[in-house]
Structure formats: structure tokens, C-alpha cells
Design a protein around this ligand. Structure first.
Ligand code: CU
Length: 298
């Protein structure tokens, strides 16, 4: 499974700049390497997986005060020598450094071991999301005008992301859609691929993004309604769900400034992954969907 390393790195950079993301016509993202003084956050968590080749470590982290709710997500490690001696299950503390364009962790320190394997660890992370909001019960309206909730997809792996149809910049919301297009194509092409998966694209611009608008947008991406739904709904409900997912957005004229999140729930409706980045995630999504679809429904 190949990751597109450069783009992943570049977009972790973009994606983690929580308030630094603009999605409007006038502001073209700059490639400049200059960055602001990093903001440092002290974080604790449990290592889930180490991906040396990708310079990434996946950590179920505790709440980061003033920054992010607890969740499981990948962090960039610039010098992978700092990862030697660590393994999944290590309880760690580290420093998360965030600039407008980049983020990475340093000073990874072991503070203990989480007793044997993982069910509890991952389940806890998942429950954070579903306890904060009655996630699975939310009633949305899809692009066909039908009522849809996450509960309808029990037993399926579900990847979901947040967007708005008027987002004009190809590397922003359209990129998230292309991830779903790419991952769908790859999943269909895989021999013995699971069939219990579904993608959800949730608009945070429900005032404009009506079911009709969503349907047109969906057709542009040649979506398959059996595999992919576009959801609109009550703006307060969407705001709550977005917040619980780590999505920040604010209106800016007809547009929105926003960051990126793509989350994966496993077939038992537990949160498995939260990608805090844009960029090409097609391969990574396929990998997560395969894992998530194989989870036995409890
Ligand atoms: Cu956008």
C-alpha cells in the first residue's frame, strides 16, 4: 500500500492549521516554506501503531486543552530515531508543535504501558465521540431527500467527511470528494473486497446545500448512491457533529474557512480513525475501510 508521502506531509501541514485554513476564492494557498513560530501543546496518549516509513505514529490522545478533543489520529515524527524503543500500547507524553503550515511531535516519552491489547483502548476513543453527541441517532436528509442516520449503516464501515458544495479550490473540498471517488474505485477493483462500506459527505452549509444541490454535486462525481450519500440537515446538529469530529468552520461571505477531517467508523460503529488532513487519502482510506469492514458487529 503506497502512501503519497509528499502530499501527506504537505497536507498534514495544511490540515492541522486549525484556524489557518481558508477556503475562498480570493485566498490561494501559498507554497511558501516560511512558517510561524510553532505553538506547542503538551499531550498524553497511547500509541496504537508506528509507521516508520511514513514518519507517522498513530496515537489515541487525551484531550488537548484549548485545541482538540480526545481522538485517535496520526502524528508526524520528523526524526524517526525518536521512535526506537516504542511500541503499540506504550502510554506516552509528547509535545505537539503546530505552525500555520505544519505540525509534528517531539519529546516522545514513555510514561507507562497500557495493560494488554486494545479493545478497551480503542473503544474508549470511540466513545468520546458518541458520548458527546448522540452521533448515531442524528437524522440527516440525503441527496435524494430521504432521512438518513448513522444507525442505518450498522454493520458497515463508514467513512465520513465535512464539506460545502461551493468550495472553489480543487485542493480543498473537491479533494475530499476525489478521495472518496478514488477509494471507491480501488475497493471495487480489489479481489475479495468487502461490500459492507459506505461513504458520507456532510455539508456544513445546509442553508445553501439542499438535497437538489447535493444531488447535482454528487452526480458530478459520478457517485453510486448505494455506496455514497451526501447529507444535509439541521445546522445546529451539523455544527455539533462537526465540533465533535474536530471540524472547525466559519462563514466568510458566501464561503467558509474550514479545516479537514475524514473519519472512519468500523462495522461496530466505533470510531477507528480520524484523518486531520486533506490531500490524497485514497489509499489510506482503502486500508482503513478494509480494517473497519472486518470488525465483527457487537
Ligand atoms: Cu472547502
Amino acid at each position: 500500500m503506497t502512501f503519497h508521502l509528499q502530499s501527506i506531509f504537505a497536507l498534514i501541514a495544511i490540515g492541522l492549521g486549525i484556524c489557518g485554513i481558508a477556503c475562498r476564492k480570493t485566498e490561494i494557498p501559498v507554497e511558501s516554506k516560511s512558517s510561524s513560530t510553532p505553538q506547542a501543546y503538551a499531550v498524553t496518549g497511547v500509541i496504537k501503531e508506528i509507521k516508520l516509513d511514513d514518519h507517522r505514529v498513530i496515537i489515541r490522545h487525551d484531550e488537548i486543552t484549548n485545541y482538540m478533543v480526545a481522538m485517535t489520529m496520526p502524528f508526524t515524527v520528523r526524526d524517526t530515531n525518536g521512535l526506537s524503543g516504542f511500541s503499540a500500547g506504550d502510554h506516552v507524553s509528547f509535545s505537539l508543535l503546530v505552525t500555520d503550515e505544519d505540525s509534528w511531535i517531539e519529546q516522545l516519552t514513555k510514561i507507562g504501558r497500557i495493560a494488554e491489547t486494545t479493545p478497551s483502548a480503542l473503544t474508549n476513543a470511540a466513545i468520546v465521540l458518541s458520548n458527546q453527541v448522540p452521533l448515531l441517532d442524528y437524522k440527516f436528509t440525503n441527496e435524494l431527500g430521504r432521512t438518513v442516520s448513522f444507525n442505518d449503516f450498522k454493520g458497515q464501515a463508514v467513512a465520513f467527511t465535512f464539506f460545502f458544495t461551493r468550495c472553489p479550490l480543487p485542493e480543498y473540498c473537491p479533494r475530499l470528494m476525489k478521495n472518496f471517488v478514488g477509494a471507491s474505485q480501488k475497493l471495487r477493483a480489489l479481489p475479495d473486497a468487502p461490500t459492507n462500506w459506505h461513504f458520507l459527505a456532510i455539508t456544513f452549509d445546509p442553508a445553501f446545500d439542499t438535497p437538489d444541490i447535493l444531488r447535482n454535486y454528487a452526480q458530478y462525481y459520478q457517485y453510486d448512491s448505494n455506496r455514497w450519500s451526501f447529507l444535509t440537515g439541521d445546522s445546529n446538529r451539523i455544527a455539533e457533529l462537526a465540533q465533535a469530529s474536530g471540524v472547525h468552520y466559519e462563514p466568510d461571505g458566501a464561503f467558509f474557512n474550514h479545516n479537514f477531517r475524514t473519519l472512519v467508523l468500523d462495522a461496530a460503529s466505533q470510531l477507528q480513525m480520524n484523518f486531520p488532513i486533506g490531500g490524497n487519502l485514497s489509499d489510506a482510506l482503502v486500508e482503513e475501510i478494509l480494517k473497519a469492514a472486518a470488525v465483527t458487529n457487537r
